[in-house]
Design a protein around this ligand. Structure first.
Ligand code: DAU
Length: 338
């Protein structure tokens, strides 16, 4: 199968590209704009693979997308390209609307015109908003609360409209908080692991009792692949890890794994509009034959170990743009503007 993965140099995208190449006989084209978190070093092991092609380009650019779809005879599109970090969306909301809404619209329309056989949109549990109790089902109303989740919800609605309007065979996956190797160290687990390695404080937002459901990137990619091949067109599938934890418990586990003192944890000013809890009902995908396989404690240990042994990968990031971004965030929080 000839598959286009957009955002294939990012965290989830790069794991997905590797998975699609190693099982079966897929040809994979990776279209990535290589913005701050897209990193070709995530794919050095498959860069020379005979069934893999990298194209530098933006999903907002219809001409590029049209050309890639045509030249490579793409039959399936998986859209992983997105702006994904909530804190960044608070500082710079427009870039989220651009990539996550406009980019999705451009990609969808070009894919429809090219007669693509399947279009899978990689989305997020955040579109359901904060759920204080219970578990979000695929049919629940969308109630996003940050510029990030609102932009992803906008993308989801466009994708769904292509099914109802054109019967274009779309699928949507909504994953929970994903963790694993190669995740940009602005997200909670890699930020806390890399800070702890350097004996730096771990900035825990608010009271630290917010809850997230942690999903290994390997299970997430298995889920996306499962939906791609077995999902029903027009349908949405939740993908959750079944590992709901309070943030403070995860921070403590990371410190325990690294043998660092608990007093590195610092309670800091909360993220504005911080969603208290996400939780997914995954019965629909489980009925299709998928279940998570990675135990959180094992997956976290392996991930933290990866950051301990791959310091060259993340130190290039923490010494550059990442540092400026975090300084800006902290300045804003100190001024009380955040
Ligand atoms: O739920 C799926 C979503 O998970 C994905 O769609 C998003 O792309 C991804 O960014 C993630 O969103 P979160 O906001 O939940 O992830 P983040 O890693 O930013 O934060 C996880 C939790 O940890 C959240 O409650 C905020 C908290 N946190 C985060 C950071 C970066 C802190 O307490 N301190 C921090 O410095």
């Amino acid at each position: 199968m000839r598959i286009l993965v957009t955002g294939g140099a990012g965290f989830i995208g790069s794991h997905l590209v590797r998975r699609l190449l190693t099982g079966g006989d897929n040809f994979v084209v990776n279209l990535d704009a290589l913005r701050y978190s897209g990193n070709l070093e995530n794919l050095t092991d498959v860069a020379g693979h005979s069934r893999y092609t990298f194209v530098l380009g933006d999903i907002c650019d219809a001409t590029t997308v049209e050309k890639v779809l045509k030249e490579h005879g793409v039959k399936v599109v998986i859209n992983c390209a997105a702006e994904t970090h909530v804190d960044r969306s608070i500082l710079d909301p427009n870039s989220f609307a651009r990539t996550d809404v406009v980019g999705t619209a451009v990609l969808l329309e070009e894919a429809r015109k090219a007669g693509v056989a399947r279009f899978l949109q990689v989305s997020t549990d955040e579109v359901y908003g904060s759920v204080e109790t219970g578990w979000s089902k695929e049919g629940d109303p969308l109630a996003p609360r940050s510029p990030y989740s609102a932009s992803k919800a906008g993308g989801d609605l466009l994708v769904r409209s292509y099914w109802t309007t054109y019967r274009f065979p779309v699928l949507i996956t909504r994953g929970s908080n994903t963790y694993g190797p190669n995740q940009y160290p602005e997200k909670f687990i890699p930020l806390f692991a890399t800070n702890a390695i350097d004996d730096q404080p771990l900035p825990l937002y608010g009271d630290g009792r917010h809850r997230r459901d942690w999903l290994s990137v390997f299970d997430h990619c298995r889920g996306i692949e499962h939906v791609l091949f077995h999902g029903e067109p027009g349908c949405v599938y939740n993908i959750g890890g079944g590992n709901e934890r309070e943030n403070i418990a995860v921070a403590e586990l990371i410190l325990k794994i690294l043998g660092k003192p608990m007093n590195l944890i610092r309670l800091v000013q909360d993220r504005p509009g911080h969603d208290r809890r996400y939780a997914l009902d995954c019965a629909r995908l489980q009925a299709l034959g998928w279940a998570p396989t990675v135990l959180f404690e094992d997956g976290l240990k392996e991930t933290v170990e990866w950051y301990r042994t791959n310091q060259t990968w993340w130190r290039k990031i923490t010494s550059g743009e990442f540092r400026t971004y975090y300084e800006r965030l902290y300045r804003q929080r100190l001024q009380g503007a955040g």
